[in-house]
Design a protein around this ligand. Structure first.
Ligand code: NAP
Length: 487
């Protein structure tokens, strides 16, 4: 793919602050295509001062936005949703170019991301409060919910569209103004969203996108400015912890969508073909670079051999290459460091006694393309099982009993997604209730959609995105005590 094929109207090269595009030659960085290593475009890098300007704009713009009726805000959001869907192919091409996922997946992400905008445009109208009987005959208690205030966000490169819409949509629906720093590897999808947001009628200052290669400086403003009421982050647990600390000094409301280490559990009574299909989508989607990717595949001893054979058979059919080729199933990893880190995890596993059933290495030395890999004879203490792989490697771990696998699955500090395959309804309930995870896929490998509350427990974070719960993180509860009503 060349940049000429990308829609120039959506291809922006600087931050979007207060409705104005900021392009300056002062400091630029290149956005490159992970499939080819070629540069797509140079973008201006925003500074801490630029970020403060975006916060100024958000503070100034918010009162008028919040004063609109929920229906008016919903109409703007709905137009944004429609424009995104009208430009689905253009947005997918930009996403694939900067992130590397195959075009079909990129189109899927655009629709997935847009669905959150549609969903929250509807939820805007359902921000209900309560009336509560009072403590005395002359009193009544009324609870209202109001937008929390200015919201700041930092998002990762693996879903450069949807990780933004999942946060911006509930924020805007609730009457908040929003400032997001996009990942430096993938700023273009975020900027394209801003362009369509402007066309949809989002007022200047309400949706601001900062692109920068100085995450720390921008992050200091987004976590430290006292005018920001809420900070929301999606990214690694390590960075999330740091940013959470930074938010403490101004006691910001926070939500954190952090890393996972998803167990994928296949019991002897599972429908094996369904389990293999689930493993393929939950493991190899986005070349294994999602926070809900299966990270440890626990397979009961009775079906271990059969499941491995079927999985290897399916993996052998995957076509790796540049995601802009519509026949490609699996693209490159985001950068060379990612490929090196996955190679290291596999090398350590092999040293510890694991065996490669398929794949096992980068295509050629120095490549970002890591082959779809299945490892057998993995044990739960190997780093490939204790760390988030973020690559297309499926480590198979054999287990004997339900009790044993629950213990193994929960033996981690994180708890985002988990998956179980079984036909036994009693086991479904027992295992689901015992798993220390925010989400469980039951005979299902794709679990995320706008109707469902997405989020984790333990060090996978706090808060939920999507569903009727998703807007709660952007609302404050205000209690009105009404007295003297009996006089
Ligand atoms: P990351 O390294 O934590 O980066 C995420 C974002 O944080 C990027 O925008 C990055 O900016 C920024 N950042 C990094 N250091 C910072 C600092 N000191 N101050 C302020 N901002 C900083 O994570 P990633 O590698 O992009 O994404 C992968 C991780 O995200 C995985 O752990 C994955 O599980 C997690 N994730 C979680 C969810 C979820 O919903 N739970 C969803 C998707 C991904 P730069 O790009 O400029 O470095």
């Amino acid at each position: 793919m060349t940049t000429r094929e990308l829609n120039k109207n959506l291809l922006k090269n600087g931050s979007y602050i207060n409705g104005v595009w900021h392009n300056s030659d002062a400091s630029k960085f290149e956005v490159s295509n992970p499939a080819t290593g070629n540069n797509i475009i140079a973008v201006s890098s925003a500074s801490a001062d630029d970020t403060t300007q975006a916060v100024d704009a958000a503070v100034a713009a918010m009162p008028a936005w919040r004063a609109k009726t929920a229906k008016q805000r919903a109409e703007v959001l709905h137009r944004w949703f429609e424009l995104i869907m009208q430009h689905q192919d253009d947005l997918a091409a930009i996403l694939t170019a900067e992130q590397g996922k195959p075009l079909t997946e990129a189109r899927g992400e655009i629709a997935y991301g847009a669905n959150y905008i549609q969903w929250f445009s509807e939820e805007a109208k359902r921000i209900y409060g309560d009336t509560i009987p009072g403590a005395s005959p002359g009193s009544r208690v009324v609870v209202i919910k109001q937008g929390v205030g200015v919201v700041s966000a930092i998002t990762p490169w693996n879903f450069p569209n949807a990780m933004i819409t999942r946060k911006a949509a509930p924020a805007l629906a609730a009457g908040c103004a929003f400032v997001v720093k996009a990942a430096s590897e993938t700023p273009l999808s975020a900027l394209a969203l801003a362009e369509l947001g402007e066309q949809a009628g989002i007022p200047a200052g309400i949706f601001n996108v900062i692109v920068s290669d100085n995450a720390r400086a921008v992050g200091n403003v987004l976590t430290g400015d006292p005018r920001i009421a809420k900070f929301t982050f999606t990214g690694s647990t390590a960075v999330g912890k740091k940013l959470l600390e930074q938010c403490a000094s101004t006691v910001k409301k926070t939500s954190m969508e952090l890393g996972g280490n998803a167990p994928f559990i296949v019991f002897d009574d599972a429908d094996l073909d369904a389990a293999v299909q689930g493993a393929m989508v939950s493991k190899f989607r986005n070349a294994g670079q999602t926070c809900v990717c299966s990270n440890r595949l626990f397979v009961q001893s009775g079906v271990y051999q059969k499941f491995s054979e079927k999985l290897v058979h399916a993996v052998n059919k995957l076509k790796m290459g540049d995601g802009s080729d519509s026949n490609v199933d699996i693209g490159p990893l985001i950068n060379l460091e990612a490929a090196e880190s996955v190679s290291e995890l596999v090398a350590q596993a092999l040293k510890g006694g694991a065996k490669t059933l398929v794949g096992g290495a980068v295509n050629e030395p120095g490549s970002r393309y890591f082959q779809a890999t299945v490892l057998s004879n993995v044990t739960a203490d190997m780093s490939v099982a204790t760390e988030e792989i973020f690559g297309p490697v499926a480590p198979l771990i054999k287990f004997e009993t339900e009790e044993e696998v629950i213990g193994l699955a929960n033996d981690t500090d994180v708890g985002l997604a988990s998956y179980i395959y079984t036909r036994d309804i009693g086991r479904v309930w027992r295992v689901c209730e015992a798993l220390e995870y925010g989400m469980v896929g039951i005979n299902e490998g794709i679990i995320s959609n706008e109707m469902a509350p997405f989020g984790g427990v333990k060090q996978s974070g706090m808060g939920r995105e999507g569903s009727k719960y998703g807007i709660e993180d952007y609302l404050e509860i205000k209690y009105l005590c009404m007295g003297g009503l009996d006089r």
